[in-house]
Design a protein around this ligand. Structure first.
Ligand code: GRF
Length: 190
């Protein structure tokens, strides 16, 4: 087996994209392995899934501490696990400029819109309200600007006449699970 690059995944919730990244990492020819799944929410469902899947996990609530102190703990856990690349997967907290600078060019994220359209929240509702014919998802490099770094890959999903934000989100999510492992594999080989 080849030497695999060590990836740390940050989640806040159910972690379906994290699970897709873990599943893909199990193939012998996948160039990355998941060294740690970490969360700002100790109760995140994805942490349980990851632990059951035999992946090391780490949880740290930011409550009652300064952001720098919280991030130092996350940073230490990632470095202790030998993480080289960070994949954000439904991590609902903004990383500080300092954290981004320490991991410059080594953090990627998946966002449920065709960036540069619809940075931030409520992407599907905004695509529907705009009357768009096509929605989708993007994997991008994380910089100090919210959802603003270079786009590494996208997948498109047709918007149907009777779509709701929920139905569209469901179809986009299926594409997220295909896109993210593919782009992460390409990214760690760069
Ligand atoms: C996904 O829609 C992802 O694009 C966005 O947050 C959601 C996370 O879902 N960044 P999950 O936790 O991966 O299931």
């Amino acid at each position: 087996m080849q030497d695999k690059r060590r990836v740390g995944i940050l989640i806040s919730g159910r972690g379906s994209n994290m699970a897709a990244l873990v599943e893909a990492s199990r193939s012998d020819d996948c160039p990355y392995e998941v060294a740690l799944v970490a969360s700002d929410r100790p109760q995140a469902a994805g942490l349980t899934w990851a632990a059951d899947a035999g992946i090391a996990t780490f949880a740290q609530s930011p409550k009652g501490m300064a952001k720098a102190e919280y991030e130092a703990k996350i940073d230490a856990a990632l470095r202790d696990a030998g993480v080289e690349v960070i994949a954000l997967a439904g991590y609902m907290r903004l990383l500080s400029d300092d954290f981004v600078a320490r991991w410059r060019g080594r953090i990627i994220n998946i966002h449920p819109s065709l960036l540069p359209k619809y940075k931030g929240l409520d992407t599907h509702q905004r695509a529907l309200a705009a009357g768009d014919a096509v929605a989708g998802c993007s994997v991008h490099i994380v910089t100090e600007e919210l959802d603003g770094g270079d786009v590494l890959g996208q997948a498109k999903v047709a918007i149907l006449p009777d779509d709701t934000a929920e139905s569209l989100a469901g179809r986009v999510l299926i594409e997220e699970h295909r896109l993210y492992p593919k782009i992460l594999a390409e990214f760690v080989k760069r």
